[in-house]
Design a protein around this ligand. Structure first.
Ligand code: AMP
Length: 310
C-alpha cells in the first residue's frame, strides 16, 4: 500500500500586495494571531525548530525567505549565498507553515529609498566592527518585514544572539506590538551549530569545526566552577577559550572572543552569577567564518521569554 502524504495548503506570496490581500482574508473574522519566522532560506533543522515553536503558540504561521542584501558588506558572500527556494517552500509546507512571504529584492529595496534603522551602539560591539553593514541591514529589514507581516510573535534563533538582543531593543524603541521569542540553537551531533553556511566547509574542515562549541562550553564550565566568587574575570575566561581554540590546527584565525552583557552585548570585564553573560567567538577555518555563542548564569532564564498568548 502506498503512503499518501497529505500536504496542507500553503500560500506563497511573492509580493507585498499579495501578502496583504491574503492577510485581509485571514483577518475578516478577527485577528490572525501570526507567529513569524524570518529567514534567508537554505533551510535546516535550526530554522524548522523556530517554525515548530511558532506552530505551537499561534493561529497562523508565516515564514519569510529573503536573502537581505543590505546586511552583507562588500566582499562577503551575498552572491554565493545558497538559494534553494523550491526546496525551502516544500520544507516549510511539511513543517506546517501557512504562508511563505518571498519578496523580490526590487520591491523590498526600490531604487530610491531614504530611510533605515540605525542601531548605532551595535556598530561598537565586536560583531559590528567585524561586519560594518550588518546590524543596520538586519534592523532595517526586520522592521520592514514586521510592518508587512504584522506578527504577534516573531521567532529568532539564539545562534544569532546579538541579532536577538538588537531586535528586542528595536521593538521596544520603535513600539512594535510584537513579542520577540528567542529559541535555543540547534546543533549537529558533535556540537557544531547548524548554519546555512556550513555547506562551505570542506570534508576535512568539517570535523574540526566542532572545536568552537567545545571551547565555549569550556568557558561556561570555568564560570560555573567558580560559584564561590561573586565576579569571574572575563579575561581569564577568554584566555581559556582561546587556549582550546588554538589546540585545533585547522583554525586559521580567531577573529574575536567576547564576554558580553545579555542586556546590550556590551563587553564585560567581569561576569556576575546574578546577571550572567554571553560567551561568543568567531573563528575562521580556511575561508569559512564560524560564529557561535553560549549563555551563562541568569542570562539563560532572561533570554527565553514565552510567546504572547492567543
Ligand atoms: P538565517 O536564515 O541564517 O537568517 O536565519 C534565520 C533564523 O534562523 C534566525 O533567527 C537564526 O538565528 C535562526 N537560526 C539559524 N541557525 C539556527 C540554529 N542552528 N538553531 C536555531 N536557530 C537558528
Amino acid at each position: 500500500m502506498r503512503n499518501i502524504i497529505q500536504r496542507r495548503n500553503i500560500h506563497v506570496c511573492r509580493s507585498i500586495e499579495a501578502y496583504r490581500q491574503h492577510l485581509a482574508k485571514l483577518t475578516t473574522n478577527g485577528p490572525a494571531r501570526i507567529g513569524f519566522v524570518p529567514t534567508m532560506g537554505a533551510l535546516h533543522q535550526g530554522h524548522l525548530s523556530l517554525v515548530e515553536s511558532a506552530r505551537n503558540c499561534n493561529k497562523t504561521v508565516v515564514a519569510s525567505l529573503f536573502v537581505n542584501p543590505t546586511q552583507f558588506s562588500a566582499g562577503e558572500d551575498f552572491d554565493k549565498y545558497p538559494r534553494t527556494l523550491e526546496r525551502d517552500i516544500t520544507m516549510l509546507q511539511e513543517a506546517g507553515v501557512d504562508i511563505v512571504f518571498a519578496p523580490e529584492r526590487s520591491e523590498m529595496y526600490p531604487a530610491y529609498s531614504l530611510t533605515h534603522v540605525e542601531p548605532a551602539a551595535f556598530s561598537l560591539i565586536d560583531e559590528g566592527r567585524a561586519r560594518p553593514e550588518f546590524f543596520r541591514g538586519v534592523a532595517t529589514v526586520v522592521a520592514k518585514l514586521f510592518n508587512i507581516v504584522q506578527p504577534t510573535n516573531a521567532y529568532f534563533g539564539q545562534k544569532d544572539i546579538s541579532q536577538c538582543i538588537l531586535i528586542r531593543q528595536m521593538v521596544t524603541d520603535l513600539n512594535f506590538p510584537v513579542r520577540v521569542v528567542v529559541c535555543p540553537t540547534i546543533r549537529e551531533m558533535d556540537g557544531l551549530a547548524m548554519s546555512s553556511r556550513n555547506v562551505y566547509l570542506t570534508a576535512s574542515e568539517r570535523p574540526a569545526a566542532s572545536i568552537l562549541y567545545k571551547a565555549l562550553v569550556h568557558g561556561v564550565n570555568l564560570v560555573e566552577s567558580q560559584q564561590e566568587k561573586a565576579l569571574v574575570s572575563a579575561k581569564v575566561v577568554k584566555e581559556e577559550i582561546e587556549r582550546v581554540l588554538s589546540s585545533e590546527p585547522r583554525v586559521s584565525r580567531i577573529e574575536y572572543i567576547s564576554v558580553a552583557s545579555p542586556r546590550d552585548m556590551s563587553e564585560l570585564h567581569e561576569i556576575s552569577h546574578g546577571t550572567g553573560g554571553i560567551l561568543s567567538a568567531v573563528i575562521r577555518l580556511g575561508n569559512v567564518r564560524l560564529i557561535d555563542n553560549v549563555l551563562v548564569g541568569k542570562a539563560i532564564s532572561d533570554m527565553y521569554l514565552t510567546p504572547l498568548d492567543f
